[in-house]
Design a protein around this ligand. Structure first.
Ligand code: SF4
Ligand code: SF4
Length: 114
């Protein structure tokens, strides 16, 4: 598994979650090698993002105008703002920088360097 498989299409980060691969299969594992059926996935973002071959919705040319991702990111609630921050960080700095930042998080989101 490479690190980017642990970044959810919506910007949630699975890599530091204790339930990841114990009780939760995560956003992407199994879909990239077709051992899970993407057509049965419930998440619209994931279906669209992986079908288009993106790592996250942040890589998509339609990110800013896409109702699917924007309505998700604009849900009320702290975590959605943090997922949005993750995608914006990836857009500005790339996946490697994001993974370096997320390495010490203890959940699906965390702090960024100043
Ligand atoms: S909400 Fe969708 S895109 Fe985000 S982590 Fe869950 S399955 Fe992946
Ligand atoms: S931003 Fe929208 S169109 Fe682009 S991959 Fe995500 S869900 Fe699909």
């Amino acid at each position: 598994m490479n690190g980017t498989e642990e970044i959810g299409c919506c910007g949630a980060y699975c890599g530091t979650c204790r339930e990841y691969l114990k009780t939760c299969k995560g956003c992407k594992p199994g879909y990239l090698d077709a051992s899970r059926d993407l057509s049965r996935a419930k998440c619209k973002m994931k279906k669209c993002c992986l079908t288009r071959g993106h790592i996250t919705c942040g890589d998509c040319g339609e990110y800013e105008s896409c109702e699917t991702i924007q309505s998700f990111l604009n849900h009320p609630g702290y975590k959605y703002g943090k997922y949005k921050q993750a995608l914006e960080y990836i857009r500005a700095n790339g996946h490697t920088a994001f993974l370096n930042t997320a390495e010490h998080w203890t959940g699906a989101y965390g702090k960024y360097p100043k």
